[in-house]
Design a protein around this ligand. Structure first.
Ligand code: AOF
Ligand code: ZN
Length: 370
């Protein structure tokens, strides 16, 4: 590992401090290094807060003059919620900037690098680039596609069932796997389910502590896909702390205008009408609305019909599937899409990781639509 890689590794570790709390912004870490000594460090912790470079420069003070900055993402060159980092870097007199990954935000993409170079700063790009890009795969996905990075999560038996025929599902996996799911919810700014799951299971879709109380200042945005606006105004998740977005069709919003105004009168509830095709709402348009509301990623928790519709429209990017070593002789399948005819229709998974979780198995993979 070269000295540059060594410092960039530290900057990546610093960036991780902001994990799951910076959306819609990226994770960014920065170090200011003078004569081989780290004199400043910073992480971006939340949208609207100072950028990583600003924290690091403040800590370094006068020592930033003539120093090297290591930063995991190209310094911004635009006025957003905060002023451009390129100007702060130039003002502090930093003479060399080492960058892991170019920013994809069109307001800055390559412009931060050229601004610094034009001002006479030595700039090196691409040190530990793959790791830095992996860190921000959700942010880059949102900026590149206008939709959140979608992770499908399910817990099923080895026979592929998520519940018995009666709908009974408590519990498929053991306590360790269920605790991991709470952690997974913490890692995503949005959680989505279909209306059938809301009606059948009355889920709360909150991050909870051991006592069952919804905790923390960062509850995920709950997203309900509800083509016909069937959600009852009394649904308990509408009263949970945090924001709820109900995505429905323009037609349903017209047909149920009274319910629509009752729903929007509840605290942090927003109903978003989108276009309709073949009787169902346009999922991609719904996802774009979620991205526009500041969510870099979305955890899709089911049910079987909604999940299959997401896969059929190629909208799932990654899967996290917990498998319990149990066989149900009959039950509800994890996925319920259009009838299939050939094995060749199967969607392939790649980059598979399998992990034992106290008697259950966790299976993580990227989705390959070919
Ligand atoms: C950096 N360092 O720590 C972050 C950057 O609304 P703002 O002002 O926070 O700007 C958000 C954009 O700035 C975001 O889309 C991304 O391009 C960049 N984020 N850049 O140099 C940081 N968080
Ligand atoms: Zn910045």
């Amino acid at each position: 590992m070269t000295p540059d890689e060594g410092f960039m590794r530290m900057a990546i570790d610093v960036a991780k401090i902001g994990q799951s709390q910076t959306s819609p912004n990226p994770l960014v870490g920065a170090l200011v290094v003078r004569d081989g000594v780290v004199v400043g460090q910073g992480a971006h912790l939340r949208a609207g807060g100072p950028h990583a470079e600003v924290h690091a420069l403040r800590m370094a003070g006068d020592l930033a003059e003539g120093a090297t900055m290591y930063v995991t993402l190209e310094p911004c060159n635009h006025y957003g919620r905060t002023p451009p980092c390129t100007e702060a870097i130039l003002q502090a007199g930093v003479s060399r900037v080492v960058i892991a990954s170019v920013d994809h935000d069109p307001r800055t993409k390559n412009l931060g690098i050229s601004r610094l170079r034009d001002a006479g700063v030595e700039v090196q790009v691409g040190v530990l680039q793959d790791e830095a890009q992996a860190l921000n795969k959700a942010f880059f996905h949102r900026v590149d596609t206008g939709r959140p990075y979608v992770v499908y999560k399910a817990a099923m038996t080895l026979s592929g069932h998520v519940a018995a025929d009666t709908g009974h599902s408590q519990y498929v996996t053991g306590p360790a796997a269920r605790a991991q799911v709470q952690q997974l919810r913490r890692n995503h700014p949005a959680i989505a389910v279909g209306i059938e799951t809301v009606l059948a299971d009355a889920p709360r879709l909150t991050v909870r502590d051991e006592t069952g109380a919804a905790t923390g200042i960062l509850q995920p945005t709950r997203v309900i896909f509800d083509s016909h606006l069937r959600i009852p105004v009394s649904a308990k998740l509408l009263d949970e702390p945090g924001r709820t977005i109900v995505i429905t069709t323009e037609q349903a919003a017209c047909d149920h205008s009274e319910k629509l105004s009752q729903l929007t009168a509840i605290g942090e509830v927003e109903v978003i009408p989108v276009a309709q095709s073949a009787g169902h709402l346009d999922l991609a348009e719904g996802l774009a609305a979620v991205a526009d509301r500041g969510c870099n990623s979305l955890l899709l928790e089911g049910g079987p019909r909604l999940a299959a519709a997401f896969f059929e429209r190629q909208l799932v990017d990654e899967v996290v599937i917990y498998i319990a070593p149990k066989l149900l002789m009959s039950g509800k399948s994890a996925l319920a899409g259009s009838p299939s005819t050939y094995m060749g229709e199967a969607i392939s998974l790649r980059d598979i990781q399998v992990e034992a979780v106290n008697g259950d198995w966790k299976f993580t993979a990227a989705v390959d639509y070919g």
